[in-house]
Ligand binder design. Structure first.
Ligand SMILES: C[S@@+](CC[C@H](N)C(=O)[O-])C[C@H]1O[C@@H](n2cnc3c(N)ncnc32)[C@H](O)[C@@H]1O
Length: 430
């Protein structure tokens, strides 16, 4: 079982080399083209998950031993994959047996040069340290700017060791809650309502095929708690007119539709035609009939002449809050991205807010935890738009925003069991 999972993982990493995607997305491409068992796919996902976290630890272990070697990419990657798996606590059993079945399975593709270095694998042990497993700048940033050293360690340690929960919302546009829960029960899918926020469910245990059937029938949708939280903070109501800017793939549009009981109108805007098309398909599939989709670039004035009751602005961000679900992002995100996104976010906020009517509410959210993309964007906006004010988010979840923006909220994986997230609610006064 492990041999095939390692081969799948290696193929995925080859794809990562060719096109710039994360190992988990690459695995998705590979799995579409190749025969595999569900067990192998799950194991490969686990191997790539720990590889994304512990790759640097593995490189540190191997550094002295393979220095000056003529190992090629494949040889080094095999060593790194197995080492990071061991560091991450995956039990492969007897390593020499694993290596021998890999050698057999790869046949002439097996890198002969690797033979000299296989002994190294015996000395790799499970001893991950946070310092090695995160870029230095990110740890320093969190320590100095966000939460101090102790909390930073707690946060990062938590997100590397605890698997994120799966959250679901129920499609009450198709059938009643009771009926969905009954069907879930029949499929051996255990859904427990999250007692922090009624209406969102934790998938506690599931038979994978049963869960897939519920999703394929459009009865439940899987998304993070933070998306649900953000929409609940805005409180969309039936018959309102809502503008959702940067809407695709449409999770917040969808949750708003549920809150509005599919009555009223949501104008969803996104710059990507591809994502707009997939949102359109998704909305049809879920029976959301109040959504109108428009392709437009929100960094310039939107092609609209309307004033709406509520606005959602969920712009692209550096995704620092998504590292829990996508550990590889830690190696991809760079400080320059934060500045670049903050600039984009300010423009998008500006062009969206202009369409809010007097007394209306605007939700600004990102799945990043940096202050540049959140508190500073909001601060700058309020300074230059005195007709807007921050209002308290009526949900007692998460922690207060930084820089004295106590009305805004921050969510973190280790304290709120969801993606790192920021939410601000702004009201247009006049
Ligand atoms: C964080 S995602 C939005 C997630 C979405 N709100 C949801 O709940 O499913 C950001 C989106 O912004 C879109 N985007 C990026 N640049 C944009 C721009 N200049 N104007 C409009 N949309 C943009 C991306 O295509 C992407 O779909």
């Amino acid at each position: 079982m492990n041999t095939d999972a390692i081969l799948l993982s290696l193929e995925a990493l080859k794809v990562c080399r060719e096109i710039n995607v994360s190992p988990s997305s690459a695995l998705y491409f590979v799995a579409k083209k190749r025969r595999y068992s569900i067990k192998d796919l799950r194991m490969a996902r686990k191997i790539l998950h720990v590889y994304s976290i512990y790759r640097k630890s593995a490189q540190k272990c191997l550094k002295k031993l393979v220095v000056g070697s003529s190992l090629d990419w494949l040889g080094i990657t095999i060593l790194e994959l197995i080492s990071s798996s061991i560091i991450g606590g995956i039990n492969f059993g007897d390593i020499s047996q694993l290596v021998s079945s890999l050698r057999q399975a790869m046949g002439k593709n097996w890198p002969e040069e690797l033979e000299k270095y296989l002994g190294i694998l015996r000395f790799v042990s499970s001893s991950p340290t946070i310092e090695v497993n995160y870029p230095n700048w990110f740890m320093k940033y969190l320590e100095k700017m966000i939460m101090g050293r102790i909390e930073t360690e707690r946060y990062l340690d938590f997100q590397d060791k605890v698997n994120p929960p799966m959250y679901a919302s129920l499609n009450t546009l198709k059938v009643s809650i009771d009926e969905i829960l009954k069907l879930a029960d029949e499929e051996n899918v255990l859904l427990r309502e999250d007692n922090r926020l009624p209406g969102i469910y934790i998938v506690e245990a599931s038979n994978t095929k049963g869960l897939k059937r519920l999703i394929d029938k459009g009865l439940i949708t899987i998304h993070d708690f933070s998306s649900y939280y953000a929409v609940k903070a805005l409180r969309p109501e039936p018959n309102e007119l809502i503008l959702d800017v940067c809407s695709a793939p449409g999770t917040k549009t969808w949750i708003s539709t549920l809150e509005m009981k599919n009555r009223g109108k949501i104008i969803s805007i996104d710059s990507s035609w591809k994502r707009i098309r997939s949102q359109l398909k998704r909305m049809k599939f879920l029976d959301a009939t109040i959504v109108q989709l428009i392709q437009a670039d929100a960094t310039i004035p939107l092609p609209l002449r309307i004033e709406v009751d509520k606005v959602i602005v969920d712009p692209p961000c550096s995704s620092t809050g998504l590292i829990w679900r996508e550990p590889f992002y830690r190696w991809v995100i760079k400080p320059r991205h934060i500045k670049m996104f903050a600039n984009l976010q300010s423009k998008i906020l500006e062009n969206s807010a202009i369409h809010l009517k007097r007394g209306g509410l605007l939700l600004y959210s990102t799945c990043s935890i940096t202050i540049e993309e959140n508190e500073i964007v909001v601060e700058d906006f309020i300074r230059t738009h005195p007709n807007f004010e921050l209002v308290e988010i009526p949900l007692n979840i998460g922690s207060q925003g930084l820089r004295g923006l106590t009305e805004t909220r921050r969510l973190y994986p280790h304290t709120d069991r969801c993606n790192g997230f920021f939410t601000a609610l702004l009201k247009r006064r006049y």
